[in-house]
Write a protein that binds this ligand. Structure first.
Ligand code: MSP
Length: 646
């Protein structure tokens, strides 16, 4: 059986879990479930990172011993995950005895090989990051992450010869284009590798300064650098090195795996970890999947800013599966996303209450009304029925492909194409009219066609919304069964899965509409209070409708956004307009947006303007924006790339 292994970062226990930790962990759970749905033997690993200065300081501040402190917070993490329906298989703590012994084996292996040496080092040490910074890396003398002044420390330490593996790593990244994904993070790592010889990594701390760590097996006066210890968890959790040569061991079965991390820890995962693996002669991980930050009012969530979102409270308030859906759908994996009660309410109301919930609710109640809740037989299907089913099947294929490439938000979006098509089909086929006219055979076919397509959607949603998916499947009379690739393939390939004559649920109300939170969403009220908008420019002359129709307006998905190499005001975009190749488009909006936040966004594009050279680059279209009070926003619509606007 094919295996799949996915890990989350192991979280520091100096603070309680927040939405950012929950996101990475829900993504890992969703990926594990997706691979289970594919019939694979999928394993998910998470845990806590418990050594280092940071923890010692937090314990001292709390007035307890480090051990008592880490036991407490690690327990909070471990207790949280089941409440978010996270089906992890392993939870590692870096204070576990087994882990400590395995890290010592790894250290000794590198030492024996001559890849760890003793030397003197002076550097700028940031306690927050637990690492030394070079002069070059500091920003105005401050740590770039914490914006605090690092302490200059000079001492004798052990170093790992990272530079020795620099070329091998660069070659591996070049040969395996999706080793680090999305691409922008791969490019960041390549830029670090190309920026000169890597400095060797200081992997020890003298016990005179820190005792809360794993003792070096070759020098009892030192403990391991916390990152060296933490990164090793991905293999020690599988029992390495005990079963390194054993074909039945967990390490042999599951390694190499996949990692999920956010962009804050790209360097340790993109450089330290793979060079450590190369040195130890252990295969490199399959993919490093890097996501962006959840922001609250444009600021990264952090304990010190007091803007952290409690994931459990949010899940309880909005409903766990709705919350999971929101996180996966809202964040374009790799880019930052904004969290607010308004954003989640809007998303849940639009996608779950209006689209999916409404579909189930209206079709099941019509089935109850017209057929006493019994699944009707299907008669001859016409073009509209067949088109609907083809639409669902195509979406299912896209969904699977997008999931496999970690485009989770786009995967859900792909699945909503048939969900919306089904609602439209209900309106167009108007079962109530068929019923009124006594057209029973057609009515049966319409309802059965809908139920069958709904079943496919319900089944496919399981990785993201496990409980809701099971409920929806059960409402259609087919409770969740065993997973296998053959079952999944059959579900997509065949059009009939439900049992004619079986009594099914007569209603469905899984996703009720939510009230817009008051303080955050005074949109309507504001609208009413606001004076009539003043036209931004002098009124334009009326145009003929036929002139307007000459414009080819389309939805484009931003695949890449970056600064124009020679013009500060311009951004250069690669935009998918549903054509064979993406288009290059330039836009003078650099002052208003960070390019990395635009990837994945949908914009309205004028697609039939003649190409124009701007500062040496050809622009093959124009992005539409709206301007108000000196602020620019992008026009957007939630339809697939290439959709025509009329
Ligand atoms: N202990 C290290 C990781 C060692 S892994 C071998 C660490 N811990 S952490 O507690 O700081 O967790 C960082 C991770 O938490 C991020 O990489 C990300 O997975 C998650 N997030 C924390 N804040 C986040 C956001 N605001 N947004 C999204 N994810 C974030 O670093």
């Amino acid at each position: 059986m094919k295996t799949y292994y996915i890990t989350t970062p192991i979280y520091y226990v100096n603070a309680k879990p927040h939405l950012g930790h929950a996101y990475s962990t829900i993504v890992a759970d969703t990926m594990k479930r997706f691979h289970r749905m594919l019939g694979e033997d999928a394993r998910m690993q998470t845990g806590t990172d418990e050594h280092g200065d940071k923890i010692v300081k937090a314990a001292a501040a709390a007035g307890v011993s480090p051990q008592a402190f880490v036991d407490d917070i690690s327990g909070i993490f471990r207790g949280l995950w089941p409440k978010l329906n996270i089906d992890y298989d392993g939870f590692i703590r870096t204070t576990d005895e087994e882990h400590k012994k395995s890290v010592q084996v790894l250290l000794q292996r590198l030492f024996d090989k001559g890849d760890i040496y003793f030397g003197e080092y002076g550097g700028h040490y940031c306690y927050g990051c637990e690492r030394f910074y070079t002069e070059k890396e500091l920003v105005d003398g401050m740590c770039p992450q914490h914006l605090t002044k690092p302490e200059y420390i000079s001492e004798k330490n052990y170093f790992f010869k990272m530079s020795k593996y620099q070329d091998a790593l660069r070659r591996h990244i070049l040969d395996n284009p999706d080793f680090i994904r999305p691409e922008r993070y791969r490019n960041e790592v390549l830029a670090m590798l190309d920026g000169g010889v890597l400095e060797d990594l200081c992997i020890s701390r003298p016990k005179s300064r820190l005792t809360w760590g794993i003792e070096l097996p070759f020098d009892k006066d030192y403990v391991s650098y916390v990152w060296f210890d933490a990164l090793a968890n991905y293999i020690t959790a599988l029992g390495w090195p005990n079963n390194e040569g054993d074909s039945n061991g967990a390490y042999q079965r599951y390694w190499p795996g996949e990692h999920i991390v956010a962009k804050d820890i790209l360097k340790p995962h993109g450089i330290f970890w793979p060079t450590m693996l190369l040195a130890a002669g252990i295969p490199l991980y399959k993919h490093l999947n890097v996501h962006g930050y959840w922001l609250v009012k444009d600021t990264k969530m952090s304990k010190s800013l007091g803007n952290v979102v409690d994931p459990l409270k949010a899940a309880e308030h909005f409903g766990l599966d709705a919350f999971r859906y929101f996180l996966i759908r809202e964040m374009n994996f790799g880019s930052d996303a904004s969290y607010s009660a308004e954003a989640i309410t809007t998303r849940i109301n639009a996608d779950l209450a209006n689209d999916l919930g409404n579909l189930f609710s209206r079709v099941l109640s019509m089935n109850a009304k017209y057929f006493a809740g019994k699944i009707p037989a299907v008669g001859e299907q016409n073009d509209a029925d067949l088109l609907l089913s083809e639409n669902t099947d195509r979406a299912a294929e896209n969904y699977i492909q997008l999931f496999e490439s970690m485009n989770l938000s786009l995967a859900l979006e792909a699945l909503w194409v048939p969900v919306r098509a089904m609602n439209k089909y209900v309106d167009e086929q108007a079962p109530w009219t068929l019923a009124k006219n006594g057209n029973t055979e057609r009515l049966q076919t319409v309802i059965r066609t809908l139920l069958e397509n709904m079943y496919k959607i319900a089944y496919l949603l399981w990785p993201v919304m496990p409980a809701a998916s099971s409920t929806l499947q059960a409402q259609l009379g087919r409770p969740q069964g065993e997973f296998s690739r053959a079952v999944l393939d059959d579900i997509i390939k065949y059009r009939m899965h439900l049992r004619t004559g079986m009594t099914i649920a007569s209603s469905s109300n899984l996703f009720p509409r939510l009230e817009m939170p008051k303080e955050e969403a005074p949109q309507k009220a504001v609208k009413e209070k606001k004076p009539a908008p003043v036209p931004a420019e002098t009124p334009k002359q009326p145009v003929e409708f036929s002139d307007f129709q000459k414009l080819d307006l389309r939805i484009g998905v931003i695949l890449k956004a970056e600064k124009h190499p020679d013009a500060d005001k311009l951004l250069r975009f690669d935009i998918d307009l549903g054509e064979e190749k993406p288009r290059q488009i330039l836009s003078g909006i650099a002052a208003y947006f960070k390019p990395e936040e635009l990837t994945g966004k949908k914009v309205v594009v004028v697609a039939n303007l003649p190409p124009r050279k701007i500062r040496g680059l050809e622009s093959q279209g124009m992005i539409l924006t709206a301007e108000s009070d000196g602020k620019i926003s992008l026009l957007t619509a939630d339809s697939p790339a290439g959709s025509a606007i009329s």
